[in-house]
Design a protein around this ligand. Structure first.
Ligand code: CP3
Length: 357
């Protein structure tokens, strides 16, 4: 059974996602998917062409709110993630950012002390107000038991796009700068920490219930450098956010850490730890769930493949992780070629397995 449109209509009860993040037993296992709004949905493609560019879509609250809600109209999900991008923060600091069809983001390079000095210490530009307005509109239209997730990129991941000038297969320039311990890299990370605190606090003030910090390239760095460029900056964002907004639950998605997720949770104090698809769940259940909730970790390619294999993988994940400590999600974002019917099958399978508990 596909329970269409539930997210927009009140169901009795509390927000299951917030229950798990705050350590209570939820009424059901919360589900949301990274990149749940996007190119695999034909209604997204329609909005995207109406908006013109990707940035225009992000900065037009009526359209961004509609795109945020599109997956909630189709699937029985527990959270909406505000439609925006991690590169809006550097853009609001005055860095030129464009999104070319088929090419990904093109970013003005910031990879020396002079360029870093130009963007640090500046307040965010007015464009971010559009994102806060999107959060307000989404909150206003959503059922009260569906959570709104705000987000930003982690400083390391955002820095890699600035240093490389966009996406890059290996992020070698950024990694070499980290290994050399370039002082401008510390300054850049510090600037991104301050900007991220301001940006997340703005989303929370507008109605976000919790936030996710995306560190997609956390796996790039070895142990010592990881502390300095990934863990410590995320911890400082959390402290800054707490000072501005009080206790707001944070989901940390530091992709590619493997067994170092334990150290990540310890160093940052995140309420939930996002897991990439390679993390063994018996290990996560034993080591991580006593100290944090976990989120993940279905392989997006399993969702793309669909069918019996997908059902099998969903059952495996749901039975491996405790209901009150798990947020069902993927190990990374939904692939654009995914059939929306596979997402419906995923949601129905989680609900069916938990219903038989
Ligand atoms: O539904 C959601 O998850 C919310 C929206 C969201 C987007 N980007 C929209 C988007 C979120 C949470 C992000 C995060 C993001 N953006 C990350 C971290 C997560 C990850 O995927 O690792 C990163 C690294 C980016 C930077 C970025 N934005 C890249 C590398 C690209 C190009 C690759 C791609 O998928 O197209 C983008 C563009 C982007 N961001 C799109 C969307 C829907 C596609 C734009 C389009 O419609 O053409």
């Amino acid at each position: 059974m596909n329970e269409q449109g539930k997210g927009l209509y009140p169901r009795a009860g509390r927000k299951a996602l917030m229950d798990v993040l705050e350590g209570r037993v939820p009424s059901r296992r919360p589900i949301w998917l990274m990149r749940q709004a996007g190119r695999y949905l034909p209604e997204y493609m329609a909005m995207r062409s109406k908006a013109g560019s990707f940035l225009d879509l992000c900065y037009t609250p009526e359209l961004a709110a509609e795109v945020t809600l599109q997956p909630l109209r189709r699937f029985d999900l527990d959270a909406a993630i505000v439609f925006a991008d991690i590169l809006l923060v550097p853009h609001a600091l005055g860095v030129r950012v464009t999104f070319q069809a088929g090419e990904g983001p093109v970013v003005e390079k910031v990879a020396d002390a002079y360029r870093v000095a130009q963007l640090t210490g500046r307040p965010l530009g007015r464009e971010v107000e559009a994102v806060y307005e999107t959060v307000r509109q989404v909150r206003g239209q959503l059922a009260p038991d569906v959570a709104v997730i705000g987000f930003c990129g982690a400083p390391w991941t955002v820095a890699t796009y600035l240093i490389e000038g966009g996406s890059s297969a290996e992020r070698l320039t950024a990694r070499v700068a980290a290994f050399r311990g370039e002082s401008w890299l510390d300054t850049l990370i510090d600037g991104l920490v301050s900007a991220s605190i301001e940006y997340l606090a703005g989303q929370v003030a507008a109605g976000a219930d919790c936030v996710q910090i995306f560190d997609s390239w956390a796996g790039d760095l070895p142990d010592g450098l990881r502390q300095r460029f990934c863990f410590a900056p995320i911890r400082r964002i959390m402290e800054g956010l707490r000072a501005r907004c009080g206790a707001v639950p944070v989901i940390g998605f530091a992709r590619g850490l493997g067994a170092a997720h334990g150290g990540f949770v310890e160093a940052t104090g995140v309420q939930a730890c996002g897991l990439e698809s390679g993390v063994p769940l018996d290990w996560a259940a034993r080591v991580l769930t006593p100290v944090a909730a976990v989120q993940g970790n279905l392989d997006p390619v399993s969702l793309l493949a669909g069918g019996r294999g997908l059902e099998h993988d969903v059952v495996r994940i749901v039975t491996a992780l405790p209901f009150e400590r798990h947020v069902f999600n993927l190990g990374h974002g939904v692939r654009p070629q995914t059939d929306p019917r596979a997402v419906a099958l995923l949601v129905d399978t989680v609900r069916r397995v938990d219903g038989n508990r």
